[in-house]
Design a protein around this ligand. Structure first.
Ligand code: ACM
Ligand code: ZN
Length: 488
């Protein structure tokens, strides 16, 4: 029997409950106070049919998902059994970048269908970046009028597409996605990435950067030195307006405020930023970044929301701990280790191996499956227990179409889902491979084409060529120039 993730306890009782093919089995369900762990459930199948008890509505939903997987394994009958199940992590996330390349509402829904089958419960939607701002914001209309349009696309290997690339989601479309996720017990977490990765914002409102120079949304991958000017009070007003409007659409607990890859080159010489830094009695620009995180986090707290930020944002050491969860993508930075080891909430999304835009030859299915987010070197036992969950992002600089997107994510997201639900105590890779083969067929029926089996665990010589191929993506004229000039 193939189940993903596998239930914590599964006892087969011998015998089968039969029902007419094409009809539903008889199912009774109720919430019970006997189950204390959130999202947990008990599922029994006997001669009377299927009985479900959940700790809460989510528990009942997950029991029904498990039942759905059981029905995929059997036709017209179900084995008598007892299942008890509960998740290892409360945060089980996947992330999609719709900025570098845009995916339609229907494509996003298909990705949600695929992920939800494996009990993910957080969809982190990366909606703003240098190459495009992808949400309609009424109070700042230029964000889409200008910021959602890049003049061309050049993401490496000389494939410069000279046509403008212009896409964004309307509020109504995003509300539809939020509703779709709600039905699947998935919270959608929007990311408004500040203060870096904001070329598209600055293209829309140049007065919000330190130099005020007119620029265009970026056409290449990279890290760029023009970031939002935090010494300008209008920047903070704009951030709060965008947060306000996004919070009307995204009604969950978390809000992602980005904070990655924000070079401080401009802040270090900007009179407005330097004035702010002195007023606040801060030592350096990293502390100024920490101050920005605190301001937005407090703003979110007043709305009953929690902030998530990428782990570079806490480098200054002054981020207040009470309302922030750190998304750990860069490996073992000192500040992140201190954060987690201090007992503060952390989501592990280490780029090796959880970034699934990397080729299978670099982040193989086995690497992803066996990666233990609580065994990162330097994490104490308190640090390990501060890991509230894991997340697997797919960045899309080099992913132009939907089938490429699905191949990158599936089946690696099954491996992430397995760890998210079960932790690492019961790993069995050979058994997992059979489960993966089973579910890749199911996914195909739902229009999701997973990577072929030949990709899952690549032979060493192909690993090398995939690694070289991936790294070559970064060798366009623009990215090399950028590297030689450090960050421009
Ligand atoms: C990131 O990969 N820059 C979060
Ligand atoms: Zn400035």
């Amino acid at each position: 029997m193939y189940l993903c993730p596998e239930p914590k306890v599964l006892e087969l009782k011998g015998g089968y409950y039969y029902f007419t093919v094409g009809e539903e089995p008889k199912v009774t369900s109720k919430i019970t106070p006997m189950l204390s762990q959130k999202e947990s459930y008990r599922l029994t199948i006997d001669a009377k049919g299927v009985n479900i008890e959940g700790a809460d509505e989510a528990g009942i939903y997950y029991a029904k998902l498990t039942l759905r997987q059981l029905l995929l394994n059997h036709r017209g009958c179900l084995p008598y059994l007892y299942i008890y199940d509960e998740p290892e992590y409360s945060y089980r996330g996947f992330m999609i970048d719709s900025c570098r390349h845009f995916f339609t509402v229907d494509e996003i829904k298909k990705m949600i269908d695929g992920a939800s089958l494996f009990k993910f419960n957080k969809f982190h939607f990366h909606l703003s970046d240098d190459q495009g701002f992808r949400v309609e914001i009424e109070s700042f209309p230029e964000l889409t009028a200008v910021g959602s349009v890049r003049p061309s696309s050049d993401f490496g290997r000389g494939e410069n597409d000279k046509t403008p690339y212009a896409h964004y989601y309307t509020k109504q479309e995003l509300k539809e996605i939020v509703e779709y996720c709600k039905e699947r017990f998935i919270e959608v977490i929007p990311e408004f990435d500040v203060p870096g990765h904001t070329t598209a914002v600055i293209a829309s409102y140049p007065e919000l950067s330190c130099t005020g120079e007119k620029i265009e949304p970026k056409t290449t991958a990279g890290i760029f030195s023009d970031i939002l000017c935090v010494g300008n009070p209008d920047t903070i007003k704009m951030i709060y307006s965008v947060v306000d409007e996004l919070c009307e659409i995204f009604t969950g607990k978390y809000f992602h405020i980005g904070g990655d890859e924000a070079p401080k080159k401009r802040w270090n010489v900007c009179p407005k930023c330097q004035k702010k830094l002195k007023e606040l009695n801060l030592k350096n620009s990293e502390e100024l970044h920490g101050w920005l995180v605190n301001e937005i986090s407090l703003y979110l707290k007043k709305k009953g929301k929690k902030a998530i930020c990428w782990n570079e944002a806490i480098r200054g050491g002054n981020v207040e701990k009470d309302n922030v969860t750190v998304a750990w993508w860069l490996d073992r930075t000192k500040a992140s280790l201190e954060w987690a080891n201090g007992g503060n909430p952390t989501i592990i999304e280490s780029f090796t191996p959880y970034y699934v835009d990397y080729p299978y030859g670099m982040h193989s299915l086995k690497n992803v499956y066996l990666y233990n987010p609580r065994k990162i070197r330097g994490l104490t036992s308190l640090g390990a227990s501060s890991v509230v969950g894991i997340e697997s992002p797919v960045w899309t600089e080099f992913i132009r179409d939907f089938n490429k997107l699905t191949e990158k994510c599936f089946p690696r997201w099954l491996a992430v889902a397995d760890t998210a639900w079960n932790g690492n105590d019961k790993k069995n890779f050979n058994k997992f491979l059979k489960t993966v083969a089973f579910f890749c067929e199911i996914l195909r029926e739902h229009g999701i084409i997973a990577a072929p089996e030949s990709e899952w665990n690549i032979l060493p010589h192909n690993r090398l060529s995939q690694t070289v191929g991936f790294l070559k993506n970064f060798l366009s004229k623009e990215t090399v120039t950028q590297f030689l000039n450090k960050d421009e």
